[in-house]
Design a protein around this ligand. Structure first.
Ligand SMILES: Cc1ncc(COP(=O)(O)O)c(C=O)c1O
Length: 418
């Protein structure tokens, strides 16, 4: 059997919508991109959306629109893809790397609070919803009723309010509250987290800005692409301007309005980050099936959790809430020291059985550029280190058949039975 690590499913209206774009004669950013922005912002409950050609572009625009510049400091979890940190360097600012929770791979309010207390003057934090599970954006409120939850997030100061609410279980604040306390902006890297919910709300409606990826192996794809969403109109306007060379008019507006298309101004040295309509057309078709595809991935998660749960020599990812709220993007196992083989041997054995795997991630503190520039020491990141030493991601996609899932589980068990 050959089971690739990722398999793209474009079996809905993708072809039809792309053909419509080709027939329209307008291939770059226009009506389809606008439509995709509208549908996507509705899907995540944000006021504004700005479609771009990658999540990296969205993260860059997010920091730029937040006023991050040379010498500023931005907190980043070490367990992420380099894009989350590199955009900080694009602007001449510096990442401050922090550890994550071993069980979830997520940044926690406690880790963040400690970092912001230790180092003064941090301007922003990049919260990565690792693997598709939301970080603890709001306080742990399992016993709160939805109506109380609404009050909690709209009132200030929330600490006082929460203590007044009946049934409140934990005094640990969420990431948003920690950031409010320290006056720090929240930018969410939701490259793995569409559609993901946290305490009844979609990821995309929590921080100041949230960025999504539509890269080929993500939960929905446009081939290459990304989206920046925000409730802040000024941020949205700045991102739209900087997405296209710092020009003060959209291409679509230039070619459809009564004012001459050549009549535009350049108000800043912007970038070329716009999403073409061809890509947006694919995105619109993917969006139609985002819920069904998520359910298909949840099926894989449930299978792995059920059938690999009893293995002593591996740790499985901990799901904090309901699996229904998880985008189910990455399923990993971490080989413990007691495992009979190393992680790399395990990957090799699965490869020989025809099963594609991946590693998420070699943490950034181990990457030459960051390690040398910021003199990072592995001892400062014990949880990410423990994760990295044993982690392997297994195939997860809606088209994975029961037979394939069973084959993977048998191969995993066989490899670890040596
Ligand atoms: C956590 C994370 N952030 C950002 C990115 C960058 O996304 P893109 O390839 O759309 O720029 C990725 C891509 O793999 C990612 O995994």
């Amino acid at each position: 059997m050959k089971i690739p690590f990722a398999r793209v499913a474009c079996d809905g209206n993708e072809l039809k919508y792309v053909q419509e774009v080709l027939a329209s004669g307008w291939l770059t950013t226009a009506g389809r991109a606008l439509e995709f922005e509208r549908h996507f912002s509705e899907a995540v409950g944000a006021r504004f959306a700005c479609a771009v050609n990658s999540c990296t572009a969205a993260l860059h625009l997010a920091l730029e629109a937040s006023g991050i510049g040379p010498g500023d400091k931005v907190v980043v979890p070490t367990l992420t893809f380099t894009a989350t940190a590199e955009v900080i360097r694009y602007l001449g600012a510096d990442p401050v790397f922090v550890d994550v929770d071993y069980r979830t791979g997520l940044l926690t309010p406690e880790i963040l609070d400690e970092a912001l207390t230790r180092q003064r003057g941090i301007k922003a934090v990049m919260v990565v919803h690792f693997g598709g599970q939301a970080a603890q954006m709001l306080a742990a409120t399992e016993n709160l009723k939805p109506e109380n939850l609404k009050a909690e997030i709209t009132q200030s100061p929330p600490v006082v309010l929460r203590s007044q609410l009946s049934g409140f279980r934990s005094q640990v604040p969420g990431i948003l509250e920690v950031c409010r306390k320290h006056g720090v902006k929240v930018i969410e890297d939701a490259a793995h987290a569409f559609p993901t919910r946290h305490q009844g709300r979609m990821v995309g409606g929590f921080g100041d800005i949230t960025c999504f990826s539509f890269y080929a192996n993500k939960t929905i794809t446009t081939g290459e692409g990304g989206m920046l969403v925000t409730d802040d109109e000024a941020v949205h306007r700045r991102a739209k301007t900087m997405r296209l060379h710092g020009i003060n008019r959209d291409i679509w507006d230039r070619f459809t309005s009564a004012t001459a298309s050549w009549e535009y101004d350049v108000v800043a040295p912007g970038f070329k980050y716009n999403m073409p309509d061809i890509n947006a057309a694919i995105g619109l078709a993917q969006l139609e099936r985002a819920g069904a595809m998520r359910a298909g991935r949840q099926r894989c998660f449930e299978y792995y959790l059920k059938h690999l749960g009893g293995l002593d020599c591996v740790d499985l990812p901990v799901v904090q809430g309901s699996l229904d709220d998880h985008s189910c993007h990455l399923f990993w196992l971490v080989l413990k020291e007691s495992a009979p083989i190393t992680r790399n041997q395990f990957i090799e054995l699965l490869g020989k059985a025809g099963i594609g795997t991946s590693v998420h991630y070699k943490p950034l503190h181990r990457m030459t550029y960051y390690r040398e520039r910021y003199q990072l020491n592995e001892k400062c990141f014990p949880n990410a280190e423990r994760h990295w030493r044993g982690c392997v991601s297994l195939p997860v996609y809606p088209g994975l058949s029961d037979e394939e899932l069973a084959y993977i589980v048998v191969a995993v068990k066989r490899a670890l039975a040596r």
